[in-house]
Design a protein around this ligand. Structure first.
Ligand code: IMP
Ligand code: MG
Length: 186
């Protein structure tokens, strides 16, 4: 696997900017849910670092759970409308204030699918908190209640987002230099 320096076209959002924005999002959630309890749902694996940083700034009482979703039916860097749940929640969400935490909303199919599913389980409220929003790629309408950053249509990695499962640990969000990136999976 290549060193990330070799495939980094540019740092899109640096660590300091990310951390400051994550704190702002947590402050918004603290205000909106003051005096209440919430359940954060992390969509594995991309939203992990984001959710961990976010929850550290929460003062509202919060519980967490995770679910794993995958898109399939085409290449790794293309989304399709085919979304499958690989790991379900351990928690009964009925009557709870739920916030879905996602790394990036691209076509919107993943979040749209998860929202549809979770609504059938009758949460009291259901909101979406997404770190990144690639609006120009949207194929289905999804409500984003807490949005970290709107980003251009570029393939990004780091801070939870992977390139063939690697580089999720980087503390910044970078743009991939696709001309120099040699996929392990080829
Ligand atoms: P959607 O269903 O098209 O909205 O796709 C969302 C999922 O695609 C995200 O949860 C990511 O896992 C993945 N994804 C979309 N864009 C990127 C990117 O630029 N880098 C890494 N993963 C991405
Ligand atoms: Mg993801």
């Amino acid at each position: 696997m290549q060193d990330y320096h070799d495939i980094l076209a540019e740092v899109l959002i640096d660590e300091k900017t990310l951390q400051a924005r994550v704190k702002e999002l947590a402050d918004e959630i603290n205000r909106d849910y003051a005096g209440q309890q919430i359940l954060l749902i992390c969509i594995l694996r991309g939203a992990l670092p984001f959710m961990v940083d976010l929850m550290r700034h929460l003062s509202v009482l919060n519980a967490i759970d995770c679910m794993a979703i995958s898109s399939y039916g085409s290449g790794a860097r293309e989304t399709t409308g085919n979304v499958r749940m690989n790991l379900d929640l351990q928690t009964n969400i009925q009557g709870k204030h739920v916030i879905l935490v996602e790394d990036i909303v691209d076509s919107g199919h993943t979040v749209a699918h998860v929202l549809e599913l979770l609504r059938t389980r009758k949460p009291k409220t259901l909101k979406v908190c997404a770190l990144l929003d690639k609006e120009s790629r949207r194929e289905v309408v999804v409500p984003i209640d807490y949005r970290g950053f709107s980003i251009p249509n570029k393939f990004v990695f780091g801070y939870g987002l992977d390139l063939d499962e690697f580089y999720r640990n980087l503390p910044f969000v970078g743009v991939v230099d696709l001309d120099r990136y040699v996929s392990n999976e080829k």
